[in-house]
Design a protein around this ligand. Structure first.
Ligand code: FES
Ligand code: FE
Length: 414
């Protein structure tokens, strides 16, 4: 019996996972192969690499991926592993290069991944056989996705289909990055992701977030459907139904998307909803005032917030005037990283249309608070006295998350 199956036997539905799920290095390796490497991971936005030769390096777990715009303007992803003896090639986080030169013996690769120069090689050496190894990459509306599977991943068009309409409405393809920040977190990635599935902690741990949003939104929708018991959520949705009707009339996509039965069986967990921020706030800012000029197809401010989740590792929030991309990365059993990337309309001008601090305020302060509570969670969980606790009525989405995780761990990996 695999280690995972052995541990799973000790899991009781309605409780948190047993301790060894968060501490065992063998489980972590299995998770990378069976869960993380199988997902279409949103990693960045194309505005980071506008010119040919521009590149950045995406790092998670033991992998390092170069994402580079070639001279033909096409964006590609390559493993940051030299095909000579395996050295890392790009050591900087980002830059611009026409030739990627390995720091070890100076093998040189073009921005399209071809081996261009290798000194003193035998006569029968075929350069064409030693190009950089490709990593799966897809772009939708400016959002860059990679898949770390060494085999054929799930069809991207099929994967993105239910999320297309809402993303296109916010038009991330015509936006630009205004800020980015990393939050290294000393905790197992499942604790980071679990925390994002519930808002039971919000009223207590996030005073700023709870002041920006209406109280009953935080209680019922703060982490999407499933944040609160069904009857309370229904009541809230009834209350906002005139607002949702209005969206419909204006042609703003506001339908909730929950993963289908079939999708769940395939290990998918996609989600969309759109609700009003409340409190008369037009944007997710401290003052509630707009933070920038309208994005996408909006004609005016309606104070809405769209939550779009591709999978638990990748999601976005959009107001009428800005977006924030959440990139969750597992690094090792007890180390993770969260990276936030903020987007605005590509025509918006700093100082005139927006101030970066207004845009980043709410999710920066909230993520700093999250980092602290997650790290405390991990510390306590390492104690010999830890036993799984009972989940509240406001944490049913954590159980939903565990089921998604179990499904992926049990699916045959590609
Ligand atoms: Fe890269 Fe030798 S390992 S040139
Ligand atoms: Fe939180």
């Amino acid at each position: 019996m695999s280690l995972f199956n052995q541990y799973k036997k000790t899991y009781q539905e309605g409780k948190t996972l047993p301790q060894n799920f968060y501490t065992d290095e063998n489980i972590f390796s299995e998770e990378m192969k069976s869960v993380y490497f199988q997902q279409w991971l949103m990693v960045d936005h194309v505005s980071r690499i506008k010119e040919p030769g521009n590149y950045f390096v995406f790092e998670a777990e033991k992998e390092s991926i170069i994402i580079i715009r070639g001279r033909d303007n096409e964006i590609r992803a390559f493993y940051n592993v030299c095909t000579h003896r395996g050295s890392r090639i790009c050591l900087d986080e980002e830059g611009s290069k026409n030739l990627l030169v390995c720091p070890y013996h100076a093998w040189s690769f073009s921005s399209e991944g071809k081996l261009k120069a290798a000194r003193h090689m035998p006569d029968d050496f075929v350069k064409e056989d030693y190009g950089l190894k490709k990593c799966h990459l897809q772009i939708f509306e400016g959002l860059i996705f990679i898949n770390l599977s060494m085999d054929t991943p799930m069809d991207f068009d099929e994967f993105i289909a239910p999320l297309k309409e809402i993303i296109s409405f916010h038009n991330t393809g015509r936006s630009k990055i205004v800020s980015r920040k990393k939050y290294p977190t000393k905790a197992n990635f499942k604790l980071v992701l679990e925390n994002f599935q519930e808002c039971y902690h919000c009223s207590n741990a996030h005073p700023e977030f709870s002041a920006v949003h209406e109280k009953d939104w935080v209680y019922t929708m703060g982490a999407g459907l499933g944040t609160a018991p069904e009857k309370d959520t229904e009541e809230y949705l009834k209350k906002i139904s005139p607002w949702l009707e209005d969206c419909k009339k204006k042609g703003i996509p506001s339908e909730t998307y929950l993963e289908t039965e079939d999708g769940l069986k395939q290990g998918l967990n996609r989600y969309v909803d759109r609700t009003p921020i409340g409190n008369g706030h037009l944007s997710q800012t401290k003052s509630g005032k707009p933070a920038s000029k309208l994005m996408g197809k909006f004609k005016d401010f309606d104070g809405g917030l769209s939550q779009v989740s591709f999978n638990p590792f990748s999601c976005c929030y959009f107001t009428n005037d800005f977006g924030v991309m959440f990139v969750f990365k597992p690094n090792s059993t007890l180390e993770s990283e969260v990276e936030l990337i903020w987007l605005v309309n590509e025509d918006a001008k700093e100082g005139h249309d927006f101030n970066v601090d207004d845009i980043t305020f709410i999710w920066d302060v909230t993520t700093q608070e999250d980092t602290m509570i997650i790290e405390n969670n991990q510390k306590g969980l390492l104690s010999q006295s830890f036993t799984p606790g009972v989940l509240s009525e406001n944490e049913s989405a954590v159980t939903y998350f565990y089921n998604w995780y179990f499904t992926n761990m049990q699916l045959p990996s590609s």
